[in-house]
Design a protein around this ligand. Structure first.
Ligand code: NAD
Length: 541
């Protein structure tokens, strides 16, 4: 145990490297990208100290070059989920009783590895396997992941500092125990940082974890595990398995020691998991913690006082960076009639200039969507909208899957503000615009609030302070992350804690103390120095 009261180093956000022509980081990243493109890896599952290869392999390919094979991973079955749970539980006692400063050191070292020797590797993997351009990879796989690790360690320290008062003659203290059992982390394809944080946050708090990533993120998941191991994470604390979701779920959600779910992904899957856990509640030793960050139908509303160029730039970046595959991406916009012609002109001009292609060519702002399933889903929305009455195609609308899963940034204008693409999460480069009567701002705010079941992110553009305040007030429950005069994407750990409510999740704010609270179960200890020796209270006299 520590013999001193130590403070961990104050975190600062990892600086974002520019990758501008002539910078050393650009050359290093390109070289690493080419080196990894030319190799084929054989990715095992990581269960305890074992690298598990089943021989049942699945190919990993590039979204922008779907015939190019990056390697293969070994798929497991229910027995591997069972093995991962047993291995995690066997590691639990030692990890849970390690002093928190030593746990902190493991994750601080992982952050330094990512910031230094692993930076180009994790970024190149995210470009190759998930189809991000250099900047999108940098802000996710390097910076956000590093920030999650460094800030969470700091929030862990803050959490442990929360202590009760003590009256005369007694000493009260609270200890923040890890959950009794194991945590199941299920992660999405679209953020390497989320994939790393979902198992890391509970582990940091002393929990043991079974981690199941998306099959389209395994390529960078490998590197996350490599980093954790090099940072000294003991075997068995985080166990990485490639098992089909429902197969793993069947084992995990029937296990007595299942203690918590850390999920990010779509709303439908999360609701299904919640129901399963509810149905099995009598099987568990404790009530499991359920944390889920899920889908969004994120909005931008402009007031008539807004500046058209600022609105247009917010829409182009907010809707089309990473091909609209951010849970926070704007996908519905409400533009006042006085601004629409200008906003349209600027958006169309930007989209004419934007090029789409491989992330290896740094001039491409837009790359491919993740896989065939997404490509088919997104293009079916586009086809339907192209043929619908009352819907006008403003930009894009074309797609091509011959080499990669490419879909042009697409903008539709709708007469009906409840048209499908204004309400449903498409998760691709599709923005739908409704033009409202500039004198009906307040009614339009009500419409924004009532259009979708989600409440993840949203933005208002206005130079009129009363109008901005009205939006903040009327849309109080419409977004967990709300922006004034900025795009609704790009939350930074430590600055804009992230998460949504309503259908968008439990709003436990990833990368904040609020999230870490879910991975501990407090025990209060009261110690009395002079114990009572007479049962009689004075009032009895
Ligand atoms: P998804 O729901 O398809 O998959 C997420 C994870 O759940 C994957 O690992 C998948 O294999 C697993 N899964 C699917 N069915 C399962 C089952 N029955 N049992 C157990 N696991 C199961 O999501 P995706 O396509 O990977 O990611 C995109 C979605 O994630 C979008 O809806 C997006 O809005 C959301 N997302 C939300 C946030 C947020 O912070 N709110 C962040 C990123 C992504």
């Amino acid at each position: 145990m520590p013999k001193g009261h130590y403070f961990i180093p104050d975190p600062i956000n990892e600086p974002i490297l520019s990758y501008a022509p002539g910078t050393p980081e650009r050359d290093e990243l390109l070289a690493k990208y080419k080196e990894m493109y030319a190799q084929e890896i054989d990715a095992p599952m990581y269960i305890g100290a074992d690298f598990v290869r089943t021989g049942k392999t699945i190919k990993m390919t590039c979204p922008h070059d779907h015939q190019h094979v990056l390697g293969q991973f070994h798929e497991g079955d229910a027995s591997h989920a069972q093995m991962a749970i047993e291995t995690a539980l066997a590691a639990r006692d030692q990890w849970a009783s390690m002093s928190w400063q030593h746990r902190a050191s493991v994750f601080l070292k992982a952050a330094d590895l990512l910031a230094g020797p692993y930076r180009s590797k994790i970024n190149a993997a995210t470009m190759l396997g998930q189809g991000k351009n250099a900047l999108q990879a940098e802000i996710d796989a390097a910076c956000e992941f590093i920030d999650f690790l460094r800030y969470n360690v700091s929030f862990m320290q803050d959490l442990y500092m929360q202590q009760p008062e003590s009256a005369d003659g007694i000493w009260n203290r609270t200890e923040y125990r890890p959950l009794e059992g194991f945590v199941f982390a299920i992660t999405p394809f679209n953020f390497t940082a989320i994939a790393g944080n979902l198992p890391a946050a509970p582990a940091m708090m002393g929990n043991v974890v079974v981690w199941k990533p998306s099959y389209t993120q395994v390529y960078s998941a490998q590197i996350i595990m490599e980093v954790f191991k090099e940072a000294g994470l003991p075997d068995g604390v985080i166990n990485l398995i490639y098992v089909d979701g429902p197969v793993a779920g069947e084992v995990v959600f029937n296990h007595q020691e299942f203690a918590g779910l850390h999920f990010t992904g779509s709303t439908g899957v999360f609701q299904h998991l919640w129901k399963t856990i509810g149905k099995n509640v009598e099987k568990y030793r404790s009530y499991p913690r359920i944390v889920g960050e899920t889908g969004g139908k994120d909005f931008v509303i402009a007031h008539r006082s807004a500046k058209a160029k600022e609105v247009a730039t917010g829409l182009v970046r907010g809707s089309f960076e990473y091909q609209g595959q951010k849970c926070s991406a704007s996908s519905r916009a409400y533009i006042p009639s006085n601004l629409w012609e200008d906003v349209k002109k600027y958006v169309v001009a930007d989209l004419k200039e934007i090029t789409m292609g491989s992330p290896e060519d740094f001039s491409n702002f837009v790359n491919a969507v993740i896989d065939e399933r997404s490509f088919n889903k997104i293009t079916s929305y586009i086809d339907e909208a192209k043929n619908a009455s009352g819907v006008e195609l403003i930009a894009g609308g074309n797609y091509d899957n011959s080499k990669g899963w490419f879909i042009e940034p697409t903008v539709f204008l709708v007469k009906d503000p409840m048209y499908r693409t204004m309400c449903e999460e498409i998760f691709g480069p599709v923005l739908t615009v409704f033009v409202y009567d500039e004198n009906k701002y307040e009614e339009t705010l009500d419409m924004v609030d009532n259009t979708s079941p989600y409440a993840l992110t949203g933005a208002v553009f206005s130079t009129d302070r009363y109008a901005a305040e009205l939006a903040v007030r009327k849309l109080v429950n419409a977004a967990g992350n709300f922006y004034i005069n900025d795009k609704p994407t790009g939350a930074v750990v430590g600055q804009q804690p992230f998460g949504g409510a309503r259908g968008s999740g439990t709003n436990d704010k990833a990368g904040s103390m609020m999230n870490l609270l879910r991975w501990v179960s407090a025990r209060t200890i009261k110690e009395t120095f002079l114990s009572a020796t007479d049962y009689k209270y004075p009032f009895l006299g």
